[in-house]
Design a protein around this ligand. Structure first.
Ligand code: BG6
Length: 477
């Protein structure tokens, strides 16, 4: 049997995409609370004035805050061994720089942990999932300010001390390399302006952006070091938005450019977080781009002392790239590419590439030789709730099944794969479009793009299917 006996089958979510209750029990505003709904065609708007004419989907999301018991019971019914979720920083420190944590916020997660413990579900906790207290964005310009390192470490320490009885697996930052693209750097809060803009229209200063990343590395390393001291059982994972890239042609220029993009975009962060120092090619690339890092000798030492224990990544698709011109493009998580003639795409034009997952698993395990966990994978689709309460989603079953088959092959290849968390195991708000209709879940939530609906939960066909997969440890597919 390829999958280990204690393989962590489960699902993943993020606070700002599920919790809602955006100002309840002392929570402060998060950056996600000022981002409007949108669609594939109409981009979301970041509205610092919080103009009432817009709808802000994160504010209610799927109201997990009031449904967590029911939702966790459904995860348990599917047989989840693990559940990855994030803690909302603004629920614990409403302004990010408060002297004392918000006890009510801490209690909420106490309750979530207790509920998971009841069903023997292992928590995998993301400390910061692309969302920071709005005050940190406005007052400090987010991660661009070294002061935020201390604020994060204080927040992380609060979590470690409070929840050490429940947690082994921590993830300091979700998709830390998102910040490589100006468009997806919102969650790091470095560039909130007074004026409204879309993700694509955000002002950009690459020097500030990469220094913000550098500060996140230092914060992560400090937290990892302190975490290891607080509890030696703690394990910390990188979380990389892995954009698996292929050359569109076998022209040597294409092969070389894809190789270099892979080093820079996919490997920089995991190299720093697992090897404790910047790789040579990234430092060279920074030099070429005129990026000047504020990184002291003391901070370099911190990076070396706070290395992570395991590798995690999100995988939805691959992209093709070329130095030659091709007209047909595809969309994707964070970035799109040239259409790959061998692959189909989802309704949102993301290529579907299960074999790419095996390739990625081999590639990252070969490079880092630490346990690997897939912390996001899934397909966003338009599901139909039938009158009898059923939802038939064979496309989701097919997508996940095909990826599990490739995971098994990668394990046979020798990869130490320890877990699989299906993204959006319960329907949630999409990050890129702010929609509800782009659904990933095994559980359907009755709410629409404008927050209307009963918020009732329904089991999709994939719910029963995934339950069998877990029961059989990946053998029944
Ligand atoms: C990942 C994020 O990049 O992609 C998730 O970590 C996000 O938060 C997921 O939801 C899927 O993207 P989208 O845009 O379909 O929600």
């Amino acid at each position: 049997m390829a999958f280990k006996e204690n393989f962590l089958w489960g699902g993943a979510t993020a606070a700002n995409q599920i919790e809602g209750a955006y100002l309840e029990d002392g929570k402060g505003l998060s950056v996600a609370d000022i981002v409007t709904g949108g669609s594939h065609e109409n981009p979301r708007i970041i509205s610092p004035s919080m103009d009432e004419k817009y709808f802000y989907p994160s504010r209610k999301s799927i109201d997990f805050y009031h449904h967590y018991k029911e939702d966790i019971a459904l995860f348990a019914e599917m047989g989840f061994k693990a559940y990855r979720f994030s803690i909302s920083w603004a629920r614990i420190y409403p302004n990010g720089d408060d002297e004392k944590p918000n006890e009510k916020g801490l209690e909420f997660y106490d309750n979530v942990f207790k509920e998971l413990e009841k069903y023997n579900i292992e928590p995998v906790v993301t400390i910061s999932h692309s969302d920071i207290p709005l005050n940190i964005a406005k007052k400090y310009h987010g991660w661009n300010n070294k002061e935020v390192i201390n604020l994060y470490v204080k927040y992380a320490k609060t979590l470690f001390e409070r929840y050490s009885a429940y947690v082994t697996y921590w993830i300091p930052f979700n998709e830390i390399n998102d910040i490589f693209l100006a468009m997806s750097s919102l969650g790091q809060g470095a560039f909130i302006e007074e004026n409204e803009c879309t993700f694509a229209q955000q002002k950009d200063d690459p020097n500030a952006r990469f220094n913000a990343l550098n500060n996140m590395f230092i914060a992560s390393a400090k937290a990892v070091k302190i975490g290891h001291e607080i509890d030696s059982k703690f394990k910390f994972g990188t979380m990389i938005c892995h954009i698996t890239r292929y050359p569109r042609t076998c022209h040597p220029d294409d092969v070389l450019s894809v190789f270099k993009n892979d080093l820079f975009f996919n490997n920089t962060c995991s190299d720093v977080m697992l090897k404790g120092e910047y790789p040579f090619y990234t430092l060279k690339e920074f030099e070429i781009r005129g990026i000047k890092l504020a990184l002291s000798e003391e901070e370099k030492q911190i990076l070396r002392e706070g290395v992570c224990d395991y590798y995690t990544f999100s995988y939805y698709q691959s992209i093709s790239e070329s130095t030659l011109k091709f007209d047909e493009q595809t969309s994707g998580n964070i970035m799109g590419g040239i259409k790959n003639p061998y692959l189909k795409e989802t309704e949102w034009d993301w290529p579907i590439d299960p074999v790419g997952l095996r390739y990625t698993l081999l590639k990252v395990y070969d490079r880092y030789k630490v346990p690997v966990m897939i912390t996001e994978n899934g397909i966003g689709c338009r599901d139909v709730l039938n009158e009898d309460g059923t939802i038939h989603d064979p496309y989701r079953i097919e997508y996940i099944k095909d990826h599990i088959v490739e995971m098994e092959k990668a394990i046979d290849d020798g990869v130490d794969l320890i877990g699989y968390m299906a993204w959006g195991c319960i329907d949630l708000v999409s990050v890129s479009t702010g929609e509800m209709k782009k659904r990933y879940g095994f559980i359907y939530v009755d709410t629409d793009d404008l927050g209307n609906g009963s918020f009732k939960r329904y089991k999709k066909d994939s719910f029963t299917w995934y339950k069998k997969v877990i029961e059989s440890n990946g053998q029944i597919r």
